[in-house]
Design a protein around this ligand. Structure first.
Ligand SMILES: [Cu+2]
Length: 130
């Protein structure tokens, strides 16, 4: 998911299993806490832009998440087909950057220069390494 700098977001344990929420940023402040109770909610934020911040669960090695922290509101997460939409972008020239967790764990992503003029389309190709 994506958040803005200093935007509060909620981390919720939806099941009755102990989980551990361990954010491992390189620029922001690391945090690491347990969520032993079902429906437990913790609120957090990051105070600097950083893409991506990796989250892991130290109890279950297969559980992880990535959070992009931005100093602007123009970001999106793709759907299952890889489609995305960023709304409300003023007309002008921009660099759009795309990340995939399998290839850009440590950033940077694939970037493209675009000119936004009303509805504008930008396609990316990201090749997964084996
Ligand atoms: Cu877990």
């Amino acid at each position: 998911m994506g958040v803005m700098v200093n935007q509060k977001f909620k981390i919720k344990n939806s099941d009755a299993t102990l989980h551990n929420v361990h954010a491992t940023p390189k620029i922001n402040t690391e945090f690491n806490f347990a969520q032993p109770v079902k429906e437990q909610v913790n609120e957090k934020s990051f105070d600097k832009p950083e893409v991506p911040v990796r989250f892991m669960c130290n109890v279950h090695a297969w559980m992880f998440a990535y959070v992009g922290v931005f100093d602007h509101p123009y970001f999106a997460v793709t759907d299952k087909e890889g489609n995305f939409k960023i709304s409300g972008v003023p007309n002008g020239k921009y660099t759009v950057e795309a990340y995939h967790v399998k290839t850009h764990r440590d950033g940077p992503g694939v970037s493209k220069e675009i000119t936004v003029n009303g509805d504008t389309k930008a396609d990316f190709t990201i090749e997964l390494k084996k």
